[in-house]
Ligand binder design. Structure first.
Ligand SMILES: [Zn+2]
Ligand SMILES: [Zn+2]
Length: 189
């Protein structure tokens, strides 16, 4: 979804847009996560012109599913996404970096005047803002690192693969201490 800079009036621009499941699918596929998109979402966002750029804040919830990392059962998740970004025209930023005393990465210049209230900077071409890549990135940032079906999930037996939530299989699952394993080998030989 594209927003032209001239669509943003003095009082800001409010968005309340239905976004397709395909956007979520693309986000999770790009990063090769274990997640699958379940549906689209309603984007609530606000764009406000600020000196040197546009302040974008957004809020929405994505529905995804992923396997439990312990028992591989399918888990459905509602992931809240909330963010604020300071969109900085590429050209303005390049000029600023050039004035920054020739640092290689321009980090000191970027940390200067255009950062508003700790919002993260995101470059754009100065004319229009493509929301899709921004949303995809924010979705990825919001996804949990690991998914479990429930805190007390016992997972699968590493020996026989039995789902230990269903029943105890009775396998010997104690992980041998590698030092003792080495001693055992010596004794056997
Ligand atoms: Zn589980
Ligand atoms: Zn077992």
């Amino acid at each position: 979804m594209l927003v032209k800079i001239e669509e943003i009036q003095e009082g800001g621009l409010e968005l309340n847009e239905a976004m397709p499941a395909a956007l979520v699918e693309k986000a999770v596929a790009e990063a090769t996560t274990d997640f699958f998109a379940e549906r689209g979402f309603t984007l609530k966002a606000r764009l406000t012109k600020v000196s040197g750029g546009v302040l974008l804040s957004g809020k929405f919830t994505v529905g995804v599913r992923a396997p439990c990392k312990r028992c591989v059962d399918e888990v459905h998740l509602e992931v809240p996404v909330e963010f604020t970004l300071n969109l900085v025209p590429r050209q303005r930023r390049a000029e600023e970096e050039a004035q920054g005393g020739g640092d290689d990465d321009g980090r000191s210049a970027r940390a200067g005047t255009f950062t508003l209230d700790g919002a993260n900077d995101e470059p754009f071409d100065g004319k229009r803002i493509d929301l899709d890549p921004i949303l995809r990135e924010q979705i990825l940032l919001a996804l949990p690192v690991s998914v479990v079906c429930r805190e007390e999930c016992k997972g699968l037996c590493p020996v026989c693969g039995q789902d230990l939530n269903e029943r105890e299989c009775g396998c010997e699952r104690r992980v041998p201490d590698p030092r003792f394993a080495a001693l055992k080998d010596i004794k056997l030989s």
